[in-house]
Design a protein around this ligand. Structure first.
Ligand SMILES: C[S@@+](CC[C@H](N)C(=O)[O-])C[C@H]1O[C@@H](n2cnc3c(N)ncnc32)[C@H](O)[C@@H]1O
Length: 282
C-alpha cells in the first residue's frame, strides 16, 4: 500500500476523536497501519479517507465497533498497582461503613469501574470487598464496569481468563478462593460475579441517570483524552459521586490540575481524591 497522506492521517485522527474522544495526531500516525490496516482491506477501501467515510456512514455492519476495539488500548491486570486495593481494604471501605452506619442503606455500596477494560479491575474491587467484609453475602454491593470497547465488555461479562491473563497480578490465595476451572482457563466464581455487571459506555456521553457512586475507579483512561475533555470528564464524574465518595485515578494521573474541587487523600501511596466540601458548599 502507498504511503498514508497527511489528509488521510487527519481523517483517521478525527474519526478516532469523534468515536472515542481519544486524542490521536500526526505523532500517532505509526499506529494507523498496524491497528486499522486489516479492517481497511476487509472493508475493500482504497485509502483511509474512503475508510473513514464508510465507518461514519455505517455502511459495513459492525465496522464502527471493530474500529473502536482496534484503536483502544485494553492493557490491564489484576490488583493493578496494588496500593488502590490496599487503600480500599484498610481505609476506604471501613470509613464508608462507619459513615453509612446511620444512613438509610447502611449495607449498600455502589461502585463504578469506568473504563474497566476486560474486567480485571472491577473483579479485583469485588475481591477487595470480599477480603474486608466477612458476611459479604448479606450486603448489597453493586460494581458497575463500563468500557467503550465492545469486545472488552464481552470478555469482562464472561469473566473467563487464560493462563497468561491470570499470571498478570493474580495471587494464589485469591485464585483458590474466587475462581472455578473452565478447561485450561479460569472463570471468576458466582459470588464475585454476582456483585458485578457490565455495560458498553463512552465516557464522553452524558452520565445522567448513573450513580450516585460511593467509589469510582477511573484509571489509566483520561491520559488518552485532551486536557479539555479530561476536565469535562472529571466534572461529570463529580456529579455522580456521593459527597463523601472516593475517586481513584491511575498512578501517573493527578486531579490537582482539575481545580480545588478535589482533595488529594494520602493512603498506601494510592492516587485517590474526595470532593472538597468547602468548595462544593461555597
Ligand atoms: C489502559 S485501559 C485501563 C483499564 C483499567 N482501568 C486499568 O487501569 O487497568 C484503558 C481502557 O479505556 C477504554 N476507553 C478508551 N476510551 C474510552 C472512552 N471514551 N469511554 C470509555 N472507555 C474508554 C479502553 O477501551 C480501555 O479498555
Amino acid at each position: 500500500m502507498s504511503e498514508i497522506t497527511s489528509e488521510e492521517i487527519d481523517a483517521v485522527c478525527n474519526l478516532v476523536s469523534d468515536l472515542c474522544g481519544i486524542c490521536w495526531d500526526e505523532s500517532k500516525s505509526y499506529l494507523i497501519e498496524p491497528r486499522l490496516g486489516s479492517l481497511l482491506e476487509q472493508a475493500n477501501c482504497e485509502n483511509y479517507k474512503d475508510f473513514t467515510r464508510k465507518v461514519r456512514a455505517e455502511l459495513v455492519p459492525g465496522l464502527k465497533e471493530q474500529v473502536i476495539d482496534a484503536v483502544t488500548t485494553n492493557e490491564t491486570l489484576w490488583f493493578r498497582d496494588e496500593s488502590p486495593f490496599e487503600a480500599l481494604r484498610h481505609k476506604v471501605i471501613p470509613e464508608l461503613i462507619d459513615d453509612k452506619g446511620t444512613s438509610m442503606y447502611p449495607k449498600r455500596f455502589r461502585v463504578w469501574s469506568a473504563a474497566c477494560s476486560t474486567g480485571q479491575e472491577p473483579y479485583s474491587i469485588a475481591m477487595a470487598f470480599a477480603d474486608t467484609i466477612s458476611d459479604i453475602e448479606s450486603w448489597d454491593i453493586q460494581i458497575l464496569g463500563t468500557d467503550i470497547s465492545p469486545s472488552a465488555v464481552e470478555h469482562a461479562s464472561q469473566g473467563i481468563y487464560n493462563e497468561l491473563e491470570i499470571g498478570r497480578g493474580m495471587d494464589s490465595s485469591h485464585l483458590m478462593k474466587h475462581f472455578v476451572n473452565r478447561g485450561k482457563d479460569r472463570q471468576v466464581n458466582e459470588k464475585i460475579r454476582s456483585m458485578c455487571r457490565f455495560e458498553q459506555r463512552n465516557l464522553h456521553d452524558s452520565m445522567a441517570g448513573l450513580g450516585p457512586f460511593d467509589i469510582i475507579f477511573c484509571r489509566n483512561v483520561a491520559i488518552y483524552f485532551s486536557p479539555e475533555d479530561q476536565k469535562k470528564l472529571f466534572d461529570s464524574l463529580a456529579s455522580v459521586l456521593t459527597p463523601n465518595g472516593w475517586i481513584f485515578v491511575g498512578s501517573s494521573e493527578s486531579l490537582t490540575r482539575q481545580g480545588p474541587q478535589w482533595q488529594a487523600q494520602q493512603h498506601c501511596r494510592s492516587n485517590c481524591y474526595r470532593p472538597n466540601m468547602e468548595v462544593q458548599n461555597a
